[in-house]
Design a protein around this ligand. Structure first.
Ligand SMILES: Nc1ncnc2c1ncn2[C@@H]1O[C@H](COP(=O)(O)OP(=O)(O)OP(=O)(O)O)[C@@H](O)[C@H]1O
Ligand SMILES: [Mg+2]
Length: 339
């Protein structure tokens, strides 16, 4: 007995057992003590540490005490599985996940800050700009033709500059609004969203005698005003970037997309086309392939389209043959896939 106790204290002097929450277990709560008392353990995890040196492993304990017919202890069955490596891999994975989550959160936060900045600055710029345009109008009314030809020209430039700035700010505001307080997606008949866009473009369509052919379009999960804005920008471009002397012909169509489990909508034109190395760049904000003298515009339209499509969980891209036309395509979710 004395011998046994000496061995026991040697054991507890050398090793300590910790539960999964990190508490140190007294000997009577070690798995072997519990099994000997008649408890059955299975998959019970503990960390074993040596007190005298840097050594520790994680074990899974199981075991039971078998008795004879009279109820006397007969045999003890114990299983010990070393799961240190498995635990370590789990912890490494968990740390990687946490790091990735922290990075994503940081990115989301800085994105939000940037959008807030764009929104506030464009919003606050409108007021002083209204003053500039207001007073320029007054000056023009009162002094046009009264100073000299140069003054008239300069006033004209100033008014034009202010107008351009105003449309830039409006576009920027519109851009920064997507993603802020978005309405939830709901079933939208794409034909309705397209009809809204065509209505807004009706004067341009008439003036250019553009022909727009529309195939059957599905009902999707979306935001009608935003999807209409996508149509309006892409069709507006198709009309604007037409070949001289060639009547704009535009075709809107759709087909099921197995990959995204949604729809692909396509808008094809017979315009000037886009060079192969610029197919990505056109979707960046303020990136234009032409000067304002050649074609008017601010370079926000397609960036806005991309933001809207991505907000719908889709993507947008363009294929083009220079001098023959371009086809813009974007994916939208089905109503079934509605979040
Ligand atoms: N259908 C098209 N055919 C040829 N080029 C195009 C077409 N659509 C867009 N582009 C090119 O991509 C550029 C970016 O298009 P985006 O709609 O973003 O700007 P924008 O039309 O110039 O200005 P905004 O739309 O802000 O009035 C255009 O300036 C043009 O060079
Ligand atoms: Mg445009």
């Amino acid at each position: 007995m004395a011998e046994g106790q000496r061995r026991l204290s040697e054991l507890t002097d050398t090793f300590e057992l910790l539960a999964t929450d990190g508490t140190v277990l007294p000997f009577d709560r070690w798995p072997i003590s519990r099994i000997l008392r008649g408890e059955t353990l299975s998959g019970w995890e503990a960390r074993v540490r040596r007190r005298d040196r840097d050594w520790q492993r994680v074990f899974l304990y199981g075991g039971t005490l078998a008795r004879d017919a009279a109820g006397h202890p007969l045999v003890v069955v114990v299983s010990i599985t070393d799961i240190t490596d498995r635990k370590q891999a789990q912890e490494t994975l968990q740390q990687a996940v946490e790091r990735a989550e922290a990075a994503a959160e940081e990115l989301r936060r800085s994105n939000e800050e940037l959008e807030q900045f764009a929104y506030v600055s464009s919003h606050d710029l409108q007021e002083p700009l209204r003053m500039v345009t207001g007073f320029m109008d007054l000056i023009r009314e009162r002094y046009a033709g009264r100073i000299d030809a140069k003054a008239d020209l300069w006033i004209g430039h100033a008014v034009e500059g202010a107008q351009r700035m105003s449309s830039l700010i409006t576009a920027l505001l519109e851009y920064s609004r997507v993603g802020r307080q978005d309405r939830p997606l709901s079933p939208v008949r794409l034909a309705d969203a397209l009809a809204d866009a065509i209505k807004n473009l009706s004067i341009t369509i008439e003036e250019t005698r553009s022909a727009i052919a529309v195939d059957e379009l599905p009902t999707v999960a979306g935001d009608r005003p935003q999807l209409s804005m996508v149509f309006q920008n892409v069709i507006g471009n198709a009309i604007k970037f037409c070949r001289p002397g060639v009547r704009p012909e535009i075709r809107v169509a759709s087909r099921r997309d197995d990959e995204s489990d949604g729809w692909i909508v396509s808008i094809a034109d017979n315009g000037i086309g886009i060079p192969g190395d610029q197919l990505e760049r056109v979707f960046l904000i303020f990136q234009r392939l032409h000067t304002r003298d050649e074609y008017p515009g601010t370079g926000i339209g397609l960036a806005l389209c991309r933001k809207i499509v991505e907000r719908h969980g889709g993507k947008i891209w363009v294929e083009s043959v220079r001098g023959q036309g371009s086809t813009f395509r974007f994916t939208v979710p089905t109503v079934r896939g509605m979040a």
